[in-house]
Design a binder for this molecule. Structure first.
Ligand code: SF4
Length: 251
């Protein structure tokens, strides 16, 4: 979901889901045009299986762990290690960008797999179940869309009830931010690769640049940049309806 709205004061506002933002800026910027028109690609075997694997993780955690509601004091005590139940926390990333003589507001909303605080570090853990696990064997860094997703969650406010009211969003005090991207075998649910990283000035700049470009493409001030990868287009769920696809080297 990507939408443009006009605020009562005349400023524009972009609302996007984390997944559509990362799909666009991490895989293909032309997807922005499809998402803006409200086009949803059909579910595939891979996406259906991914959802089922996530549900199994939630079920396993529910059966084996008990989460006691946190008090406000515990949340605010940076020395207290805390952990929220899997897929229980919704994220809200509000930001403001200078846009001509106006302010462009942006809100990127999502749902994190796992949020915790340990030794003062705010930690986001995302679990992925790739169709083709072999592509990760020689990989030592996550894909850009995975890093973007983790960074968006790390810099968000949080809500346990999916509230759209900013006053109800809460912060988790911390002294540093870290992410874990856990790549699992979809059959056994065992980890095959675990990428870890901390938020640095470099990753902050990376995210800021992606957000600025996304905003300009959404507002129609900048044309999307084509990745020029036939392989990407052939694997894309928008392939059948996409007028920007390339399917042979002369296209
Ligand atoms: S078919 Fe190709 S150009 Fe079109 S959205 Fe998919 S990856 Fe992008």
């Amino acid at each position: 979901m990507i939408q443009i709205k006009e605020m009562p004061d005349g400023n524009p506002m972009i609302i996007s889901s984390v997944s559509d933002f990362c799909d666009s800026m991490g895989f293909c910027e032309f997807r922005i045009k499809h998402f803006l028109k409200g086009i949803r690609p059909p579910q595939t075997k891979v996406t259906v299986e991914g959802t089922k694997s996530h549900e199994k993780e939630v079920e396993y955690e529910r059966e084996h762990f008990e989460f006691v509601p946190l008090t406000q004091e515990e949340l605010e005590d940076i020395n207290k290690d805390i952990e929220f139940a899997r897929e229980h926390i919704f994220t809200r990333f509000p930001t403001k960008i200078k846009y001509g003589n106006k302010n462009l507001l942006m809100l990127i909303i999502g749902q994190a797999d796992k949020i915790a605080r340990s030794k003062g570090m705010l930690i986001v853990e995302e679990t992925k179940y790739p169709e083709n696990k072999e592509k990760y064997l020689g990989k030592f860094e996550p894909y850009e869309d995975q890093t973007m997703q983790a960074l968006l969650y790390l810099n968000s406010r949080f809500t346990e009830n999916s509230s759209s009211t900013p006053k109800e969003w809460f912060k988790i005090p911390h002294k540093g931010k870290a992410w874990i991207i856990n790549i699992k075998d979809k059959k056994t649910r065992e980890s095959i690769r675990i990428f870890k990283g901390i938020q640095t000035k470099g990753t902050e700049k990376f995210l800021k640049e992606k957000i600025s470009k996304f905003a300009l493409v959404v507002m129609g001030k900048l044309e999307p940049e084509h990745h020029k990868s036939i392989k990407k287009c052939l694997s894309c769920r928008f392939l059948n309806s996409c007028e920007y696809k390339i399917t042979n080297s002369k296209t």
